[in-house]
Design a protein around this ligand. Structure first.
Ligand code: SF4
Length: 56
């Protein structure tokens, strides 16, 4: 991934969709969700567009 989307800051470099050299996501948009029944803090929500980067 080369071109970062300046509207989506992200520091998850382990994600396949991370733009690599800067802290942005390379996707046009992402889906955010929660794994909690009643989310109360930022740890309760997730980027559901995350994909595991398989190459190292
Ligand atoms: S898909 Fe989500 S976790 Fe992956 S780089 Fe984009 S914002 Fe970050």
């Amino acid at each position: 991934m080369e071109k970062g989307n300046k509207s989506i800051s992200c520091t998850v470099e382990q994600c396949k969709n991370h733009c690599g050299n800067e802290n942005y996501c390379a996707l046009e948009n992402v889906r955010i969700g929660t794994h909690e029944a009643n989310p109360k803090m930022s740890e309760c929500v997730d980027c559901q567009s995350f994909e595991q980067r398989l190459s190292h």
